[in-house]
Structure formats: C-alpha cells, structure tokens
Write a protein that binds this ligand. Structure first.
Ligand SMILES: Cc1cc2nc3c(=O)[nH]c(=O)nc-3n(C[C@H](O)[C@H](O)[C@H](O)COP(=O)(O)OP(=O)(O)OC[C@H]3O[C@@H](n4cnc5c(N)ncnc54)[C@H](O)[C@@H]3O)c2cc1C
Length: 498
C-alpha cells in the first residue's frame, strides 16, 4: 500500500505466525488467488504487504501492535490500476464469497479498513490524479485514490482549491474522505465533503460500474443516490472516482483570536456568528484545558478565527465575528495565536511514544445542536475524568453550523498494568462519551466515521432506521462480501465486537 506515513508502531516479523486480534480470517484457496492475479494489475501475498494492509491509525490497534498483534490479516492485497479492475475484483469476490475490504491512505482512526474476516484487501492508491477540470462550472473529476496534498497542489496550479483540509491531508485520499464523510479544518466556509461531492463513480459488488449525480447542481429525480455511498465506508460499493465542487484559489485571508471566560460563553458567541449567516473558514474554540496546553492562555477559552476568499466577503464575515465576540465581552488576543494554530494544523500526534509509555489516548468527535452542546461538553468531560486512570480529558469546537457544532474530545489515560486493562479503559472512555452524546440527542460521529470502533453503538443509535441500512446492504451486496463487520451490519462470516 502507498500509505504516505507509516502507521505508528511497526509490526515486524513474519505475518504467517503473527497473531491477529480478531482471529476470524477465512481460508482463501489458491484457485481464487490465481483468478485474482488475472484480474488485477498487482496482487501481493507477501507477509509485509498483508500486515500493512490489515491496519490503520485506530489507536486501540496501536496498543495491540506494541504486543506484536495485528488487528487482522488479509490473504492478499489487490492493487487495481483502474475502475474496471476494481469492478472485476469485486465481482470475483462476490462470486467466491471472499470478503473484500477497501483501503487507501489507511489514515482512518476507527479500524474501518481492517479486513476482519481476511480475504482481499483492496488497495485503491493506484487510482491517482485529476481526470478533468471544468473551471467555468467549478467542477473537477478526480480518481478516488488521489492523496489530498497531491490533489490540492494540482488544483492550485490551476488557481483552484478544493477547500477540504483535514489534518491528515497528506495521509488520506479523496475516496477515503468520501467513504468516511470527512471534514476539513476550513469546513465552516467550504462545507464537509458531502457538500462538495457532486457525483460519483462506484463499483458495485456484482461488478457493475455506475455513475451517480454530477450532471446538474441540484436534481429532483428521486432520492440522492450519490449520498447513499457517501459515508458508506466501503460496505455498499467501492468509489472509483468523484466529481467535486471546487472554488477559486483564495486571493486573500484574515486571522483573529479572542478569549472568553469559559467554553459555554464562546459557544454562544459562535452560535450568534453562524445565526447571522457569517461563515469564517475556521472557527475553533478551545476549552480552558486546551487553551492553556496549546496556546498558553490560562483560565479561559480561546477562539481561533481565520477566513479566506473574496476580500469584500472576508471584511463582512470578520466584522460579524468581531461584533459578536466584543458584544459577549471577549478579549481580543494577538493574531499570532491564530498564526500558531495555522503553523501546526497538520502536525501528527505523538501516538507511538504515548502508546509505548503505556498511555491510552484517542480523540472522539461528535456533534449536537447548540442547545445541547454546553451540557454535552460537561457530561462527557465529567464522565471520562471520573474513570480510574484518566490523566487528561478536554475538548474544542472544531466545525460550526447554524444549527449546532462538532465537539472534538481528546483523552489520555494510564490504565493499571495487567492483561486487558488498556482495552477495558479504552472501551469505558468511549462508552462514556458515546452515552453522553446519545443522551444529548447528538450524533455519535461528526467526521471520523464508524469503522469497527463505533460498530457496537450503531444499531441502537439509528433505531428502526437501522433496518433501512440493512435492507440497502442486502440489496447491493447480497453475498455480504463488502467490508464485512463494519457499520454494525450483520455479516455472513460471523459477528465481531471491537
Ligand atoms: C493524524 C490524523 C488526523 C486526521 N484528521 C482528520 C480530519 O481533520 N478530518 C477527517 O475527516 N478525518 C481525519 N482523520 C481521519 C482520516 O484521515 C479520514 O477518515 C480519511 O478520510 C480516511 O481516508 P483514507 O484514504 O486514509 O481512508 P482509509 O483509512 O484507507 O479507509 C477508511 C474507510 O473508507 C473506506 N474506503 C477508503 N477508500 C474507499 C473507496 N475509494 N471506496 C469505498 N470505500 C473506501 C475503507 O474501507 C474504510 O472503511 C485523521 C486521521 C489521522 C491519522
């Protein structure tokens, strides 16, 4: 796999004897592997290739990795070079009832591309590059395996931007963004990835290639089939290409920072900014713990603001922000605070050193209405802080909308030594934040997706609507081969509990 930065905590040694955490891999016969080799440009059955393709950045799996345990091992890694090869691989897997799990940058943090039941790991990173640009309509066709930084560089050469800036931009791909319903750091101006997707090319489990949407800005031809695949995490089809809405490269930008007495006061000001229709690209509000840790601001909540685009619009937007912040009694801070955030916004967390020190760390992003956010913040932070072993728990508002916002929790704990203690602490911390979010009526994930980690919550979270998801799955993937074990869906290969 062409992952840009290796997943932290290397797993050395021969995978043939390596234990896998789930130990649910199915045998795959030589006849199937030989058929696969005839369908796909590259098929890798090496130990190194299989270990690499069996994991991502899911923090719990990094804990397992310290003990030399892989989450799961595919029988083979197939690396198709075009959409037709992707479709052919899916068809072959469906025919032979072999699980097939899509993966690209493998920067997912929920175990989404872990091939729980083995089978084929489908590496999409050979599907690279921009196919067509319509500058008049501001639409771009791009192959799904294109890494974010390469995509944005190619757009800038044409004086365009996608506006999607996840922290993991150099680790992740366009297809991965869409499959997980990702969010970039500038989402308050440009939207989440689901707002940017105009249409898709998707390979179905039966080997058909379909196109959805993309022909007009809006449509009333039945339900939106494009959005059916956005966020489906490789369980309903494999995205091979996308038509995305893009923007002129911004000619100008502005930054600001404000200090509030506490997080709820800052949330209220952000709510009022959005209510007035102002959408600064970045509107990030840090609780007192994070304000002190990352910005040296003590006893208050720091709001970092940045906007870019047409200077006339920026003036108006930053004017609204200043108005609402000053009106709420916030103190203007040195713009250098925003510069500091921008300089470090793509830094990678020191996960490997933390894990090797015995610390369990993770981030949990949820979203809820403005009305629910202050109580949700207090409940989730309070519940994690009360767990034995917690060292730190904090949050910031990372993405804001007229009706609510995303709260992004960061937690770290040092569980007592002992078999299974790290895993138990990790599950308790997740249960605490998920149940606080459910009680607040929020959504369990704003942009990281479900993967394996949130699978155990999904059925209850969606209620009777979960049956609709199951029915769609059964219709599109009757053999159940596409990324089995994810989204809480039943699988013909068995059940797993993460
Ligand atoms: C340090 C760090 C920072 C991060 N910051 C952000 C952030 O700011 N915003 C954000 O949204 N996320 C962030 N993430 C999470 C991750 O980068 C995103 O989820 C990203 O969208 C995953 O893309 P990927 O190409 O790495 O996908 P993978 O990890 O390879 O796969 C993720 C899931 O998508 C499926 N999938 C991948 N490609 C396809 C395809 N073409 N068709 C169908 N299914 C597919 C896989 O089966 C899997 O279920 C961060 C991760 C890290 C490690």
């Amino acid at each position: 796999m062409d992952a840009r930065t290796p997943v932290p905590v290397a797993l050395g040694g021969p995978s043939a004897r390596r234990p896998s955490r789930f130990a649910r891999e199915l045998p795959v016969g030589e006849a199937f592997l030989s058929r696969l080799s005839g369908l796909c440009e590259t098929v890798d059955t090496s130990d190194e290739g299989r270990v690499g393709a069996g994991r991502d950045w899911w923090p719990l799996a990094l804990v397992w990795a310290v003990g030399g345990v892989a989450p799961a091992l595919p029988a083979a890694v197939a690396r198709p070079s075009d959409a037709a090869q992707v479709a052919a691989v899916l068809r072959a897997c469906a025919d032979a009832s072999v699980p097939v799990t899509a993966g690209a940058g493998r920067s997912g943090v929920c175990g989404g591309c872990v091939p729980v039941f083995g089978g084929v790991a489908l590496d999409l990173t050979a599907l690279q590059g921009i196919v067509a640009v319509d500058d008049t309509s501001l639409l771009v066709d791009v192959r799904a395996g294109t890494f974010g930084d390469a995509f944005e560089d190619a757009l800038r050469e044409r004086s365009l931007t996608c506006g999607h800036w996840p922290q993991s931009i150099s680790l992740s791909t366009v297809g991965g963004w869409i499959a997980c319903r990702g969010a970039g750091q500038y989402s308050t101006r440009y939207g989440k990835i689901e707002d940017m997707v105009a249409g898709l090319e998707v390979a179905l489990a039966d080997g058909r290639l379909i196109r959805t949407g993309g022909t007009a800005p809006r449509s009333a031809t039945g339900p939106d089939l494009t959005q059916l695949f956005v966020g489906s995490e490789g369980t309903l089809g494999v995205i091979t290409g996308a038509r995305l809405r893009v923007h002129p490269a911004p000619p100008s930008e502005r930054r600001a920072a404000w200090r509030f007495d506490d997080l709820p006061a800052g949330l209220e000001a952000c709510r009022r900014v959005l209510r007035r229709g102002a959408t600064p690209a970045v509107l990030r509000l840090y609780d007192p713990t994070e304000s002190a840790r990352s910005f040296g601001v003590s006893g208050g909540a720091l709001l970092v603001v940045a906007d870019e685009g047409d200077p006339v619009l920026i003036d108006a937007v930053m004017g609204v922000v200043a108005d609402e912040c000053a009106g709420a009694g916030a103190t203007p801070m040195d713009e250098a605070m925003a510069d500091r955030w921008l300089a470090h916004r793509n830094d990678l967390p020191p996960l490997e050193s933390l894990v090797r020190e015995g610390i369990v760390a993770d981030t949990i992003e949820v979203a809820a209405s403005w009305r629910a956010l202050p109580d949700l913040y207090r409940a989730a932070v309070g519940a994690v802080a009360a767990l034995e072993g917690t060292i730190a728990v904090s949050a910031h508002q990372s993405h804001a909308y007229s009706d609510g916002a995303c709260l992004y929790f960061t937690l770290a704990g040092r569980p007592a030594p002992g078999e299974g203690a790290a895993e138990a602490y990790y599950r308790q911390a997740w249960d605490a934040v998920m149940s606080a979010t459910a009680a607040a009526g929020g959504t369990l994930s704003h942009h990281h997706g479900v993967g394996l980690n949130r699978s155990r919550y999904l059925r209850q979270h969606l209620g009777p609507a979960f049956d609709v998801l199951s029915a769609v799955k059964a219709a599109l993937d009757p053999a159940g081969v596409l990324n089995p074990g994810k989204l809480g869906l039943s699988s013909p290969f068995g059940e797993v509990s993460a």
